[in-house]
Every structure is written in structure tokens, then in C-alpha cells.
Design a binder for this molecule. Structure first.
Ligand SMILES: CC(C)(COP(=O)(O)OP(=O)(O)OC[C@H]1O[C@@H](n2cnc3c(N)ncnc32)[C@H](O)[C@@H]1OP(=O)(O)O)[C@@H](O)C(=O)NCCC(=O)NCCS
Length: 140
């Protein structure tokens, strides 16, 4: 099935957010508010994408970098459009955008119980970093 894939545009924020909300495997926070995504897209231009089918949103992904490594967040394909290569396509766009600016490695965060997600990433050649864990701190 053919999808139209475009750079993410803030005018579609509500639809994108509703798509992300459909998955328990995507954790949304204040960083995903309208202004949060606006800031992210300004800081990381031309790296995040949205896929469309017949005017309906079919998938979305955020991609950014810190000048050293790339990061993919919130990859989501609508349940109606899964297993048609769309996830792979969206990730491909992100990785191409990163390589174009000289980024040589990309990371992502995934819940450890997201078995389907892990299988997906492994099928694309990503490997789990078993010796690493994530640590975080809230900043006010
Ligand atoms: C993970 C997700 C993005 C995959 O999207 P998709 O469009 O269905 O994936 P693709 O069709 O591009 O699949 C590419 C390959 O991944 C593998 N794959 C995809 N979904 C899989 C699943 N549920 N189980 C096992 N392997 C899977 C397959 O090998 C597939 O290749 P193939 O079709 O040639 O066999 C989608 O299931 C999703 O949105 N899940 C909910 C949100 C989520 O978990 N996001 C990731 C957070 S890190």
C-alpha cells in the first residue's frame, strides 16, 4: 500500500497526538505538548515525519539529534496500517536525515515489555544495549 510521507508539520499536531495516544507503548508527557513539539521541530528541522493515507494519518515519528547522536521517539503506525512496511519506511527517512548531517549512530528508548516493538527494531538491524540502563531526573 502506498503512503504519502511528509515532514512533520505543527498544523497536524492534534491528529499526531491522537495517534500517539492510541498506543500504550508510547508514553506522553509535558514534552509532547504543542509548545514542546514546536520547540523540538525547530531544534531538529526536517527529521520528523508523518505518513498519510487518503487524508487520514497513518503513522508518525519524531527524530532529533544533539549534534553527536541521533534519537528516535514515538514511532507509531496506526493499527489499520501495520505490517505494510510503513514503520520501516518512517525509520528509513529518519536515519537518512541523520546521516545527511553526519550523525553516525542513533538511539531509541523502548519499554522492556514491548515485545512487538523489540521484534520490529531487531528486524531492522537494531540491537539491544544489555549493559546500559536509563537514568532520569526531573528538572523544574
Ligand atoms: C512497531 C511498529 C511501529 C511497526 O510498524 P509497522 O509499520 O507495522 O512495521 P513494518 O511493517 O515496517 O515492519 C517491518 C518489519 O518489522 C517486523 N515487525 C513489524 N511488526 C512486528 C511484530 N508485531 N512482531 C514481529 N515483527 C514485527 C517484521 O519483520 C517486518 O518486516 P516484514 O514485514 O518484512 O516481515 C507498530 O507496530 C507500532 O506502531 N506499534 C505501537 C507503537 C510502538 O511500539 N512503537 C515503537 C516504540 S519504540
Amino acid at each position: 500500500m502506498n503512503f504519502e510521507i511528509y515532514e512533520m508539520n505543527l498544523k497536524d499536531y492534534d491528529k499526531i497526538y491522537q495517534l500517539w495516544e492510541m498506543s500504550e507503548d508510547i508514553e506522553l508527557s509535558q514534552a509532547d505538548s504543542y509548545s514542546g513539539i514546536e520547540k523540538f521541530l525547530k531544534r531538529n528541522p526536517s527529521m520528523s515525519f508523518v505518513a498519510w493515507k487518503n487524508g487520514e494519518i497513518a503513522g508518525a515519528v519524531l527524530c532529533g539529534n544533539d549534534g553527536r547522536r541521533g534519537y528516535i521517539h514515538h514511532l507509531m503506525v496506526h493499527p489499520d496500517y501495520r505490517h505494510q512496511g510503513l514503520g520501516r519506511s518512517l525509520v528509513g527517512r529518519c536515519l537518512y536525515a541523520l546521516t545527511r548531517i553526519g550523525i553516525q549512530k542513533c538511539h531509541l528508548f523502548i519499554f522492556e515489555d514491548n515485545k512487538d516493538g523489540m521484534d520490529f527494531w531487531e528486524s531492522l538491524g537494531w540491537t539491544e544495549r544489555v549493559k546500559l540502563t536509563m537514568m532520569s531526573q526531573e528538572l523544574d
